[in-house]
Write a protein that binds this ligand. Structure first.
Ligand code: PMV
Length: 335
């Protein structure tokens, strides 16, 4: 009863920010439908992936988990138990486990480390327990750990449904990774852990006067985005993604207390992206809950864009990514 899964993070093209007001807020149901692509890194020293091994066995007298060498306890352990206990109960098992996980990128820096972490954990656990569950159902379980994790189970472009029930709030694939020719260059300006996690930030969204407007506008943008992806319309995808990202950050900045995830380097990159666009290099920015910026571009522009961004003060690392593979099982275990 041992399994290992590998999963990658994703970047939201239509963001979710805030949870639906359902009877149990622990269900982690997004306030609005949202869209992402699962990103595969094009460099070997930072694959933006999580590898997780889980082993259920009578030899263990208690549950234990370790992430990047740190033994989990308290809230961190409870968070992974939300996912594992649902699957344990589905398998009618009460066997204890040992879990070990490795992330090859900074956690909680707005790079969606919780997305790859909970996607890998969900797939590995379901497999170790011998459960036969399809990806859509698995995505509802991953969502209990982190909303964005529901999307990382799938390859390519993904649609995540908001709903009033656990079963209906699932993520499904829109199309394969190669369907829409688009890459991104991630400009890392700060790798440290953010002070307010997205988990805590979601609860502040309702306090912003712009929250309702964002939700209304996102409902339209999510339809436009789906269409633009299916029509491989890079310009439309980029324009809508950038507009939607600005709405989310406007809500963050006007919640109570306000959340300013950007720093001066973030703004410098935003301005550079806008000026490159004016000069004819078509690129658009999108930013999650952190200061790092994803610059969307056409595959043939990755190299030029990387050179332009590298020249900016404060840019620490550049990671080219493309839409790619979701979570999958691996034969080699971590222990
Ligand atoms: O699922 P979480 O708690 O990692 O929240 C994700 C929030 C954003 O990254 C800011 C937006 C998104 O849709 O990924």
């Amino acid at each position: 009863m041992k399994a290992t899964a590998i999963a990658h993070s994703n970047i939201a093209l239509i963001k979710y920010w805030g949870r639906a007001a359902v009877a149990d807020p622990g269900l982690n149901i997004p306030l609005n439908d949202n869209i992402s692509f699962t990103k595969n890194s094009m460099i070997d020293d930072m694959k933006l992936q999580t590898i997780t091994t889980i082993h259920f066995d009578e030899i263990y007298d208690r549950d234990s988990a370790e992430v990047n060498g740190e033994k989990l306890s308290g809230r961190k352990l409870e968070r992974i138990l939300r996912v594992i206990d649902v699957l344990r109960s589905e398998a009618k098992s009460n066997i204890k486990f040992r879990m070990k996980s490795i992330n090859d990128f900074p956690t909680q820096a707005g790079l969606a480390s919780s997305a790859s972490a909970f996607a890998a954990l969900t797939l590995a656990t379901a497999s170790a327990l011998g459960l036969k569950i399809n990806r859509e159902q698995l995505s509802t379980v991953a969502r209990l750990g982190s909303g964005s994790a529901a999307r990382s189970l799938h390859d390519g472009f993904v649609y995540f449904h908001s709903a009033s029930s656990h079963e209906q709030a699932f993520a499904e694939q829109i199309c394969e990774p190669g369907h829409c020719d688009m890459h991104a260059v991630i400009a890392i300006v700060d790798e440290s852990e953010k002070k307010v996690t997205s988990d805590a930030g979601h609860d502040l969204s309702a306090a912003s006067p712009f929250n309702d407007i964002r939700i209304q506008r996102s409902a339209e943008q999510v339809m436009e985005m789906r269409q633009a992806i299916l029509e491989h319309d890079f310009s439309a995808v980029g324009k809508i993604a950038e507009a939607n990202c600005k709405y989310m950050h406007a809500v963050m900045m006007t919640s109570e207390p306000p959340l300013f995830y950007w720093n001066p380097e973030t703004l410098r990159i935003i301005k550079k992206v806008m000026s490159l666009r004016q000069q004819g290099l078509e690129t658009y920015f999108t930013i999650d809950a952190g200061p790092n910026v994803h610059c969307l571009c056409r595959p043939e522009d990755v190299e030029t864009l990387t050179i332009e961004l590298a020249a900016l003060e404060g840019v620490k690392k550049l990671i080219p990514v493309r839409p790619g593979r979701g979570a999958y099982l691996a034969d080699e275990h971590l222990f």
